[in-house]
Unconditional design. Structure first.
Lengths: 111, 114
């Protein structure tokens, strides 16, 4: 199973942009890159996903490297409510049907 | 909108007891899965299913059984609880055939084994 690597923790000031990196050097050509976040005492929630092109939604943007070996989740203006653990995972289209979560990045937002 | 429903939310067991964590979804998702999350740790996949009658092991399947007799339900059984199984358990489901495959999670079931 392809794995992802993320920094254990990051800090950001409120209302500043945050760039959360993820390395996935063993990604296969058909793996989708998914991001989830887990707020304190809650289950994870979907944030965004992509395959090759950069993606935007109301929550965040996803920038995918041209070789797809890394990606970056971008929160354009961090708020205190964005303090959470962010997980980057790979979703295979076929074959193994596993969503494998790593340890994620704990984002601390400073007021 | 019910989404993914887990019961019970809290449970205390004694070592050696058995119990079943229930998970139900009303979104007609093919894919369902169970994760455990130990304090301060990430999620680890226990078992998953891609449809009724089909189940497979995840990263940490030992000590747990699952079955998938209907599309809606995916119960997780602990046959003989051990203190090492003290954790928060999350059930998640998604469409599998669609490209999005967004996972929807339940609120979690906190299990303590004494």
């Amino acid at each position: 199973d392809a794995k992802t690597t993320q920094p254990n923790s990051m800090e950001s000031n409120e209302e500043e942009p945050v760039h959360l990196p993820c390395n996935h050097s063993t990604i296969s050509g058909t793996d989708y890159i998914h991001w989830y976040r887990q707020l304190p005492s809650q289950g994870p929630e979907y944030v965004i996903h992509g395959l090759t092109s950069n993606v935007n939604n109301r929550m965040a943007s996803l920038a995918i490297a041209e070789d797809r070996k890394s990606s970056t989740l971008i929160l354009h203006r961090a708020t205190l409510r964005d303090a959470a653990v962010y997980y980057c995972i790979l979703r295979a289209v076929s074959g193994t049907y596993k969503y494998i979560f790593g340890t994620g990045t704990r984002l601390k937002v400073l007021a | 909108n019910a989404g993914v429903t887990q019961t019970p939310k809290f449970q205390v067991l004694k070592t050696g007891q058995s119990m079943t964590l229930q998970c139900a979804q009303d979104m007609n998702h093919e894919y369902m899965s169970w994760y455990r999350q130990d304090p301060g740790m990430g999620l680890r996949l226990i078992h998953y299913s891609v449809g009724a009658g089909i189940t497979d092991q995840g990263e940490v399947p030992n000590g747990y059984n699952v079955s998938r007799s209907t599309t809606e339900d995916f119960p997780l059984r602990l046959l003989s609880a051990a203190p090492s199984q003290t954790s928060v358990y999350f059930c998640a489901s998604s469409y599998w055939q669609r490209n999005t495959g967004e996972l929807f999670f339940g609120e979690g079931s906190r299990l303590t084994v004494l």
